[in-house]
Design a protein around this ligand. Structure first.
Ligand code: HEM
Length: 446
């Protein structure tokens, strides 16, 4: 007979509260619960009472073994209300069909064509940095990832629209982040309707213009927007996919890049090594996809940043029926969360789990599948995992090539927004090193 899922004791609750106050983020409290209660426990925050699962076996259970017995979509979550029928929040055959349509533009064979765009947009943002100025990499990387995504994946220049849509996009991201809605259904959401109206207006105009360009033959249908149109989706459904990719595809990489800069800034020896690798292998040349893939140390830095601060630090599901995991009963209809953060900081899989050690990835420490799962896994793994890692390599390598960067404010804590962000920001002093060759201008993605 399966046991009920335990709730942490009141002593654990007290210790969790102390950890929360000390470290200023709820993940510290979750960590206490995990240590004290084990890989399966339930938290209670008013009506929000998810079952938390931790560890590679638990992740495999949710993502692969019991995949068919979980649903992603939770009608009450703001993300579902915002993305409506986006691939991220759909289940079953609707999900599978949308995923199939959206895969080709995100396939690695398209990557060589994206690199110039990624480098050029990085240069565009860094061109605005005064020498010796202090810039916030959390903000700057968001500019880079928005410009990159819209250019590479949708084939549009987002420079002007970004000025107008910056604040609405942040409002929508805040709206789908953990917040009041978890305890209070129908909690007020100031500014969200207006933000949505403005972002939707932009997306519908994009769809209209592309339909027209496809009809008069002035555009080819092989980017993501083109694929959605030729697949016969209506405007509403296309908007849902565009907004899904707009949010899922830039907010995550913003966090990854900002954390990577923070970690490199906190570990000057790693910064020096990454820069030396870039200098030795790229010189002042504009790299291509193959050269970027050969930056081994930089690749380990990215992987380690994703382990310590996974931008998506959890996956949320609903049990579609009564289930059993590791002798515990998971009742139908209950929310289940697999914790990427706790799994990737678990000493069982990761010696010295809190230490930033990029080379652990060279040593192949990760033997157990699902001990590292920053992109999820199974049939719902991240659709943009390859693109995201390509972008991280391109942006980091380009800025290391062209700037010296020094962290000037080290007091940073992980903030649980839609992604795990370094707050209050990553302030770095930047000094231009040399003028590496500019990335060719005007090369649009095929
Ligand atoms: C560092 C970058 C990124 C990280 C860490 C990340 C992480 C993840 C994770 C963990 C999931 C699975 C969530 C779950 O199991 O519930 C996911 C799904 C998804 N990601 Fe990413 N992501 C990243 C970048 C991107 C990019 C660049 C795109 C698009 C261009 C993207 C699009 C998606 C989509 C559409 C899904 C839903 C897939 C499905 O349900 O079939 N992601 N991502």
């Amino acid at each position: 007979m399966a046991r009920p899922v335990p709730t942490p004791s009141s002593q654990a609750g007290l210790r969790a509260l102390k950890a929360l106050l000390r470290e200023r983020h709820p993940l510290a409290a979750l960590r206490v619960f995990h240590t004290e209660t084990g890989n399966v426990f339930r938290i209670r925050l008013g009506n929000f009472r998810p079952i938390i699962l931790v560890g590679p076996q638990a992740a495999r259970f949710v993502l692969v073994d019991a995949y068919e017995h979980f649903r992603w979509r939770n009608e009450y979550d703001p993300v579902t209300e915002l993305l409506r029928h986006g691939v991220l929040v759909e289940d079953g055959t609707t999900h599978d069909t949308l995923r199939e349509i959206m895969m080709p533009p995100l396939h690695p064979k398209r990557f060589p064509g994206y690199v110039t765009t990624l480098l050029r947009r990085t240069d565009q943002v860094s061109a605005g940095w005064e020498d010796e100025a202090v810039v916030d990499m959390l903000v700057e990387m968001r500019k880079v990832t928005l410009l990159n995504l819209l250019d590479a994946i949708y084939g549009v220049d987002f420079t002007e629209p970004m000025r107008v849509l910056w604040s609405p996009i942040l409002t929508l991201i805040r709206h789908i982040s953990p917040g009041l809605w978890m305890f209070w259904r129908g909690a007020p959401a100031p500014g969200v309707a207006e933000a949505r109206r403005r972002v939707d207006g932009y997306l519908y105009e994009l769809i209209r213009a592309r339909r027209a360009a496809l009809q008069d033959g002035s555009a080819a249908p092989d980017d993501l927007l083109g694929q959605l149109i030729v697949a016969g989706l209506d405007d509403e459904l296309i908007r849902d996919q565009l907004l899904t990719i707009l949010i899922a595809g830039h907010d995550t990489n913003t966090a990854l890049l900002a954390w990577s800069w923070y970690l490199l800034g906190m570990h000057p020896e790693a910064m020096r090594r990454a820069q030396q690798e870039v200098d030795e292998q790229l010189g002042d040349q504009v790299p291509d996809a193959e050269q970027l893939a050969q930056l081994r140390y930089l690749g380990w830095v990215i992987r380690e940043a994703l382990r310590l601060y996974p931008p998506i630090h959890l996956g949320s599901r609903v049990a579609a029926e009564d289930l059993e995991f590791d002798g515990y009963h998971i009742p139908a209809g209950h929310r289940v969360i697999y914790s990427i953060y706790l799994t990737q900081r678990d000493a069982t899989s990761w010696p010295d789990p809190d230490v930033f050690d990029p080379e652990r990835h060279a040593r192949g420490t990760q033997q157990v599948p699902f001990a590292w799962l920053a992109f999820g896994g199974g049939r719902r793994n991240c659709l943009g995992a390859g693109f995201g890692q390509l972008e991280a390599r391109a942006v980091l390598a380009r800025l290391l090539q062209t700037f010296e960067l020094r962290l000037v404010h080290t007091a940073v804590h992980p903030h649980m927004g839609a992604t795990l962000e370094p707050r209050p920001g990553v302030l770095m002093r930047v000094r231009r090193r040399k003028h590496a060759q500019p990335a060719p201008v005007g090369m649009m993605v095929q």
